[in-house]
Design a protein around this ligand. Structure first.
Ligand code: GLC
Ligand code: GLC
Length: 811
């Protein structure tokens, strides 16, 4: 069942009922200022950091889901309604929500009034703009009232939810003309305030939530709206809000349009006040003056659309498969931008007050983002590397505002260091910019101990070399990619963090997954050493990689698949010897991607085992059989009920690893089968089962052991976005950036047909035509570049050209 449809021409998903199984959201904002917005106008806004600079309030775990947002109420006689349906939930005569790329549009109609909203954040200003158009579609005159509504968050979203003894006394606002200024804490240590304004004279305002709603009323029955009159109260403490009242008369056929602006302003420390107690509004006036007319609004909106069209044109496919075209050209790249911006901080499943930027998460997010805006990827790599410790280990997370590592979680996740190599290698393969390797980068943000980024990569690599266990495999530490495989934790009391309880590292527990990573990213590091002319280091690194391959072959192979790990007793995890959890997905994907077992047939065996034991119609499960009881020695993974999350859920993130691994052994049919199973557009028809947004990936789909097999959770912020884009663009469609240039080596289903790709790479636009006359799954027989046949798969890079035409014929 569907709740809408894709409108590919407009790059939109059109939701046709507000009653989707879960809130279906979108993200507004490209750089610093972000909004989450649901299909019923729920959501919230923050500047840079969802925890530390939260502008509007959201309510978690509320009994009515998704009830705080930026609302417009329309009062038409006794009928009060919202164009996005929430929060009054008055039945609408018509409803539509279009989530587009960086904007959302809503159209709601009731009793001959149509209200349409377009909302977005301009490319380069910290403001959310909403254009509201009210139209009288009937035959008699209408006198109605429009009320805006936002509830301010007192900036620190964490404290905002907990510290009422203080918070209920500190709320402060100012109101001048049509602009409401939120200035809580501005009197002391903050130098920023928020504004909510509209480009017309207003008929009233409200800044006190209690006045607006009335005692004991929810947002669905605001007393002042029912009364039809705001009371012009200046809030003092309690719950500051911002609401404008505009009385609107509409003759039949008439329309009126208003532009609302919600903005963030920062003042210099010595320029905060206009006079004692009155904030300096100069910058607010400057910001708001840019968006005073509908023409201003439309111009900024067009700029946003052009900006996105430019970004998305950097990778574009035309094939006979509409799902692939849609996901590759629009939604998958869009989600990569969102995960790059948010890491795992703010979604409808991540509260924005928990995790900031993840070290491993953000490094992986780069893989799907780097082709869009390489300069931002460069900056991010430096930020991430700056949270590394001198021994090569790293803070697991950092706060985007301060860019400092979070010491409450600390380090000890032994896969983290290697992901820095992955991200840096992807950046250099994309851009050819080796200057980044010579940048001086601090450790733990301490510039006095800075070294080059290249030295950071060396320490990343050596961290693994220096932390091996009894089988010469890497020690796992607190966890490797799988946050829930906590082999040194042994937690017996509720409330202890599985990740942080117990020692950060035991001397015994080892990870075959990290071993696979070490081979893959060790080789990428060696290639960078070679590129930089350090052949001695290259040889040393490749020697270490060979030792690791030998260790995997000796103690990391279980006969039919790769072992997952060794626990603190040196017992195997993910082996046929185990009672539960006999086979895990991660080492099968990572080891084969690294090339381990490709020559001796083990890769094929491992992937056949994955298919036989882990596959379901909704995707490949993370492990089998599910753990049915808590295993003290394995940690959080066994705390989840069977079929959920890391305990035998379909963890979408590592499905593309299996798909990529299949391309490594040339099986395009199977690679694509795995791709399709979790691909949002392919499963749109089962939205009632899947439940999350049909235009983006979710972190997890419940596995075969779960009660709700096929149901997804945790949409949007998942490494699945970047890995899937890597998989489809670089491995299945086969346009892979190497250090020397783009390589063309598709691995598609036999019946996939011919296709064309446009790829902007290092300033050159490549038009690549791929022909598959004999319906093979892999292998390029000939490659011509501007009419000239070249040897091998790599298009020699020539920066003097602007456009290059390539024809690859598979055979
Ligand atoms: C979450 C984390 C990610 C981890 C994964 C598996 O998605 O953000 O870092 O790798 O879970 O545990
Ligand atoms: C939990 C989740 C895991 C996530 C982690 C982040 O363990 O199961 O997916 O990565 O929290 O700390």
């Amino acid at each position: 069942m569907r709740y809408g449809f894709f409108d590919d021409n407009n790059k939109e998903y059109v939701i046709t009922t507000p009653k989707t199984p879960l809130p279906w959201i979108n993200y507004l904002g490209c750089n610093d200022f972000f909004t989450l917005i649901s299909n019923t106008c729920g959501g919230y806004t923050f500047y840079k950091d969802a925890k530390l600079l939260r502008m509007t309030r959201y309510r978690y775990n509320d009994t009515t889901p998704d009830t705080n947002g930026k609302y417009f109420y329309i009062k038409d006689g006794d009928c009060i309604w919202n164009p996005g349906w929430q929060p009054t939930k008055t039945e609408l005569d018509s409803y539509e929500c279009r989530h587009g790329i960086g904007y959302s549009k809503f159209t709601g109609a009731k009793n001959d009034i149509e209200a349409s909203l377009i909302t977005f954040v301009p490319v380069d200003n910290p403001v959310e703009l909403t254009k509201v158009t009210l139209t009288n579609k009937g035959t008699s005159k209408k006198d109605i009232q429009l009320f805006s509504y936002v509830e301010w968050c007192l900036w620190n979203a964490d404290d905002d939810m907990k510290n009422y003894q203080r918070n209920l006394s500190i709320g402060e606002v100012e109101v001048v003309d049509s602009t409401i200024y939120h200035k809580t804490e501005y009197r002391e240590r903050r130098n920023h305030y928020a504004v909510y304004s509209v480009n017309t004279k207003i008929d009233g305002f409200e800044t006190s939530r209690d006045e607006f709603r009335g005692a004991y009323n929810g947002p669905d029955k605001p007393a002042a709206v029912i009364e039809g009159k705001l009371h012009n109260t200046i809030a003092s403490g309690w719950y500051p809000i911002a609401s404008h009242q505009i009385n609107v008369s509409l003759e039949p056929g008439d329309s009126k349009t208003f532009v609302f602006a919600l903005g963030y302003i920062e003042n210099a420390e010595d320029d905060k006040w206009e006079k004692p107690g009155v904030i300096n509004k100069k910058k607010a006036h400057e910001l708001l003056s840019r968006y005073q007319t509908t023409e201003d609004f439309d111009k900024a909106f067009n700029e946003l659309c052009n900006y996105w069209n430019g970004l998305l044109s950097r990778f574009h496919i035309e094939s006979s498969d509409e799902h692939v075209n849609r996901m590759v050209n629009i939604w998958n790249q869009y989600q990569c931008m969102v995960t790059f911006n948010m890491s795992r901080s703010a979604s409808y499943y991540e509260t924005g007050i928990g995790r900031g930027m993840g070290f491993r998460d953000s490094c992986q997010d780069l893989l799907g983002f780097v082709h869009l805006i390489p300069d931002r990827a460069r900056e991010r790599i430096i930020d991430i590397a700056s949270t590394q410790f001198q021994d090569g280990s790293a803070y697991h997370q950092y706060q985007p505002l301060t860019k400092k590592g979070n010491s409450d979680i600390g380090s000890g996740f032994n896969d983290d260091p290697l992901w820095l190599i992955a991200g840096t290698s992807a950046y250099i393969r994309e851009t050819g910019d080796t200057s980044i390797l010579k940048e001086m980068v601090p450790y733990d943000n301490d510039m006095s101990v800075a070294t080059t980024l290249m030295e950071h990569l060396k320490r990343s690599f050596d961290y693994i070399v220096n932390h091996k266990g009894p089988h010469d495999l890497p020690l796992i530490g607190r966890a490797d990619w799988n946050d829930c495989l906590n082999l040194n934790c042994f937690s017996e009391h509720p409330g202890e963090s599985f990740q942080c309880f117990g020692p950060s590292e035991g001397p015994v527990a080892e990870s075959v997954f990290i071993a696979g990573m070490f081979v893959k990213y060790g080789r990428e590091y060696a290639a960078l050493c070679k590129l930089m002319g350090d052949t001695a280091e290259e040889a040393r690194v490749l020697g270490e990689v060979d030792k690791m391959i030998a260790a995997i072959e000796k103690d990391g192979w279980d006969g039919e698949w790769f072992v997952r790990a060794y626990d603190a007793y040196s017992h195997k995890v993910g082996s046929k010897e185990c009672e539960e959890g006999q086979i895990y997905i991660e080492p099968q994907g990572m080891c084969v991607m690294a090339g381990v077992g490709v020559d001796n047939g083990n890769a094929k065996k491992a992937l056949d085992s994955v298919k036989a034991k882990l596959d379901t119609k909704y995707g490949v499960m993370i492990l089998q059989p599910a753990y049915t009881r808590y295993h003290l020695e394995l940690g959080e993974i066994t705390s989840y009920p069977p079929g959920y999350k890391e305990n035998a859920g379909i963890f979408c993130h590592n499905n593309p690893w299996i798909s990529i691994a299949e391309t490594c052994i040339g099986r395009g049919d199977r690679a694509f089968e795995v791709y399709k199973k979790t691909c949002p557009s392919y499963i749109e028809d089962i939205s009632e089962i899947h439940r999350t947004e049909p235009y983006v990936y979710s972190q997890m789909v419940a596995g075969a052991d779960a009660k709700f097999h096929g149901e997804a959770k945790n949409s949007w912020l998942t490494g699945t976005a970047a890995w899937t884009f890597t998989n489809i663009s670089q491995y299945i469609l086969g346009i892979y950036p190497t250090l020397e240039g783009l390589s063309v080596n598709p691995c598609t289903p036999a019946a996939f047909g011919d296709f064309n790709i446009t790829r902007v790479y290092r300033g050159v636009t490549y038009h690549i035509e791929i022909k598959n006359p004999n319906k093979v799954q892999k292998g390029v027989a000939s490659l011509t570049v501007d009419g000239v046949e070249v040897q091998g798969n790599v298009i020699p890079f020539d920066g003097s050209k602007k456009e290059v035409n390539v024809v690859a014929t598979m055979n």
